[in-house]
Design a protein around this ligand. Structure first.
Ligand code: ADP
Ligand code: ASP
Ligand code: MG
Length: 430
């Protein structure tokens, strides 16, 4: 299974280059299935177009529009492969058997029935599948899986076809200790566990779609993230045990003794969230439940939550949470609807924030990580507004303007800086 992201198929020359790579794999005797994203910034351009036509485009129609981007790239890639003398057949998500629920813009895969893909492989043809899309089992409407969802198409299809590996080709050499566009001295990880990759993706490292990692973990499918612009080894995303084997093999190959896992696998800055504060919530049991029930009813994903200590004089408290900027308007509307029932006094909205995270399985067993984390942020002049942690992650919220400084400070403080600069081959990072 090979997946090519938008920057790998941005123009005609890139498409021909990718076609060569696919045909080489095919000629080496592998059965190869390809999943492809829309060319370059096509998806963003289509969204801009939709918003010019309609300020709040109908979700069903927006999905129909966006899936056109992947149709273009799958068809032209198949043409380029034909010209190299191999047979390729393009398929929409629906034709490839990507069956989803009907949540437009964020559909979940409920079943994968890749009969036509298998048949194409049996004919020695190379199937090219449009990423990020499917068909709803109940309404039969065309759906999309959410931004970046082509990774999830690739992993789900790889699992259904029992592929050995899902290769994710992108515009950097793998998963790094930070986004190389923000931290030039980021270091490539040779391997990372599903667990750490889930935390990195959830923290906003967009190199892999979060759900693709969840899917791979469930099926224990290895992911290899690498560049379509070089032949270098990338990053293997593996189970704990497979990662240990991978490290042991690597050190044996270099004639060394196995090293311990690094404590920290990465730092992430995410500026796509918004912060909402519900002011003056009566301090009695059930109020938080009422707030978050109202938000859940509108399918709003909540990330961090903080409740202040209530002021004794008023018996009221503030509840602050973060959610994706894209769902903030819906969240505010949902809360307005329950304002009188809950009896809070005001709503505050702030989208000029960044979430900064540090992820590493070694945090469990190494004391002092929080101390280094907060002192390096303080030295960099980063003010901490909210804090949340998991067993292997610390995240804070601060001003968006200091996001870059914050990740660079953490990257240096935890000794992650490489000697040279990481290569970013293409793309706008949009
Ligand atoms: P594609 O179009 O191939 O799906 P994306 O733009 O979705 O590519 O993802 C690749 C980008 O992810 C890189 O260009 C890089 O800027 C960004 N990125 C963010 N965090 C990381 C990280 N920790 N390691 C590597 N890349 C990262
Ligand atoms: N083209 C879609 C997007 O830009 C899906 C993807 O690239 O993974 O979000
Ligand atoms: Mg992507």
């Amino acid at each position: 299974m090979q997946k090519f992201g938008g920057s790998s198929v941005a123009d005609a020359d890139s498409i021909k280059r990718v076609a060569r790579r696919i045909v080489d794999t095919h000629e080496a005797g592998h059965e190869v299935v390809v999943v492809v994203s829309a060319m370059g910034d096509t998806t963003d351009d289509l969204i801009d177009l939709a918003e010019q036509v309609s300020p709040a485009p109908a979700a069903r129609e927006l999905d129909m529009l966006l899936t056109a981007g992947e149709r273009i790239s799958m068809a032209v890639l198949a043409m380029a492969i034909h010209d190299l003398g191999a047979e390729a057949r393009s398929y929409t998500g629906s034709q490839a058997g990507m069956i989803t629920d009907s949540a437009h813009g964020a559909a979940r895969i409920v079943n994968v029935t890749p009969g036509r893909i298998r048949a194409a492989l049996d004919d020695r043809a190379i199937p090219i599948v449009a990423g990020f899309q499917g068909v709803a089992h109940d309404t039969k409407d065309i759906t999309t899986l959410g931004r970046g969802g082509t990774d999830t198409t690739a992993v789900a299809l790889a699992a259904a076809l029992e592929a050995d590996v899902c290769e994710i080709y992108t515009d950097v050499d793998g998963v790094f200790t930070a986004d190389p566009r923000i931290v030039p001295r980021a270091r490539r990880l040779s391997s990372v566990t599903y667990e750490e990759m889930l935390e990195l993706a959830a923290a906003g490292a967009k190199v892999l779609h979060l759900r693709s990692v969840e899917y791979a973990r469930r099926f224990n499918l290895p992911i290899h993230v690498r560049s379509s612009f070089s032949a270098r080894q990338g990053t293997w995303v593996l189970s704990d045990q497979a990662q240990q084997d991978h490290i042991a093999q690597g050190t044996a190959a270099q004639g060394g003794t196995p090293v311990e896992q690094p404590i920290i696998s990465g730092t992430v800055a995410d500026t796509n969230d918004a912060k909402i504060t519900v002011v003056g919530v009566p301090d009695r049991p059930g109020e938080a439940a009422a707030i978050f029930t109202a938000l859940a009813a509108d399918s709003i994903n909540i990330d961090m939550i903080v409740q202040n200590v209530s002021a004794e004089s008023t018996g009221r408290t503030d509840v602050t949470f973060t959610c994706p900027q894209g769902s903030a308007a819906k969240a505010l509307a949902a809360l307005e609807n329950v304002r009188s029932a809950i009896g809070f006094t005001n709503l505050l909205f702030d989208d000029d924030i960044a979430k900064i995270s540090l992820v590493g399985a070694g945090m469990r067993s190494h004391p002092g990580v929080s101390a280094t984390f907060f002192s390096s942020l303080a030295e960099a002049g980063v003010n901490v507004e909210m804090i949340s942690t998991s067993e292997i992650r610390i995240s804070i919220v601060t001003r968006a303007g200091v996001a870059g400084d914050a990740v660079r400070a953490l990257h240096t403080a935890f000794g992650l800086d490489a000697d040279g600069e990481a290569v970013v081959y293409a793309g706008t990072g949009r």
